[in-house]
Design a binder for this molecule. Structure first.
Ligand SMILES: Nc1nc2c(c(=O)[nH]1)N[C@H]1C(S)=C(S)[C@@H](COP(=O)(O)O)O[C@H]1N2
Ligand SMILES: [Mo]
Length: 312
């Protein structure tokens, strides 16, 4: 199942961790602003920057999109507060350049990717996906990104890599919500290797054709459309390949409410509410929630033989 292409990675695509650390110490010495100027990169990047060369994708829905305004002002991002409008209000303190994503653990090619390099790793695609939050609301969002598997095959996982762990930035100075222990920071999520390799699983760097707004998880976030929204970790700094099932932030917080798999399943109620229906943001009447959020044709075979009431 693992596709290993150790030969197809160009050395220029990866900075070895020690080189990166040395460079970072050097840049920190200069101060972020000065370093940004030196390397020709702005100190920070704002949403609204158009992404060039974005391809159409076969993995896209022909459904009415949720308006940009709702997608970017009705958010869950506890690092910036627990209210839906907190992220949009508080994300100004997040600096998304420079940004490094470390790939480590059970891999033949560990490394540290600079975000601007990472964005050129594979062709960017637009994919309109349904997103369904465990709280009972949903949206249809035109993401821009590339399949996670593009990074996985470059990382060349070893035979011990059974799961992938995703870690969000931890920095209370940039993320004021982390001064409160609503979750055990950093935010951690995980996927089984076949889920991570599924062509639907996306690393998003944009939406509506533009750079990802901070409140939606800039500069890079996961999008796993057949699972409840919380699986889709935002502002990722680390992708770790591991042998054991990761303990996710939500499992730590409330294990009886949030399991590892978190597949959208109208037949498994949340302990405190039904999951049978959902409200599409912008609509008045509720819709029936679909098994695997409507992506059953593409993903159901991965769970054949599993009791999805037990593995919720
Ligand atoms: N780091 C981090 N990632 C996160 C969250 C969070 O609080 N912190 N919330 C999750 C939840 S519950 C949902 S529904 C989606 C919301 O994504 P959106 O605001 O871009 O629609 O992000 C997920 N990713
Ligand atoms: Mo959610």
């Amino acid at each position: 199942m693992l596709i290993r292409h150790p030969g197809d990675i160009r050395p220029s695509e990866i900075t070895p961790p020690e080189v990166y650390r040395a460079r970072r110490r050097f840049m920190q010495g200069l101060g972020a602003l000065a370093a940004g100027t030196l390397t020709g990169v702005a100190a920070d990047v704002q949403a609204g920057v158009k992404l060039a060369g974005v391809r159409a994708s076969a993995y896209t829905l022909n459904e009415d999109k949720t308006p940009y305004k709702a997608v970017t002002t009705y958010n869950n991002f506890y690092e910036f507060g627990t209210g839906k409008d907190d992220p949009a209000e508080n994300v100004g303190s997040l600096k998304t350049r420079p940004w490094t994503v470390t790939v480590e653990g059970e891999v033949g090619n560990p490394g540290a990717y600079d975000i601007d390099m990472l964005m050129k790793l594979a062709p960017l695609e637009e994919r309109v996906y349904r997103m369904r939050c465990v709280e009972g609301w949903s949206m249809v969002i035109p993401w821009v990104g590339f399949p996670l598997r593009e990074i996985i095959r470059r990382a060349a996982p070893t035979g011990n890599a059974k799961y992938v762990e995703f870690v969000t930035l931890a920095d209370p100075k940039q993320m004021p919500g982390q001064r409160t222990r609503v979750l055990d920071w950093p935010y951690v999520e995980g996927l089984r290797m076949d889920e991570a390799m599924n062509p639907l699983t996306l690393l998003a760097v944009g939406l509506y054709g533009e750079l990802l707004p901070n409140q939606n998880g800039a500069p890079i976030r996961l999008v796993v459309p057949w699972k409840y929204g919380f699986k889709s970790a935002k502002s990722i700094v680390k992708i770790r390949f591991v042998e054991r099932q990761p303990l996710t932030a939500w499992m730590k917080a409330t294990p009886n409410e949030y399991g590892f798999y978190s597949n959208v399943n109208p037949g498994v109620d949340h302990p405190r509410w039904s999951q049978a229906k959902e409200r599409r943001i912008g609509e008045f009447f509720k819709r029936d929630t679909l098994m695997f959020n409507g992506y059953g044709d593409q993903v159901a075979q991965m769970y054949r033989g599993m009791d999805l009431k037990k593995h919720f």
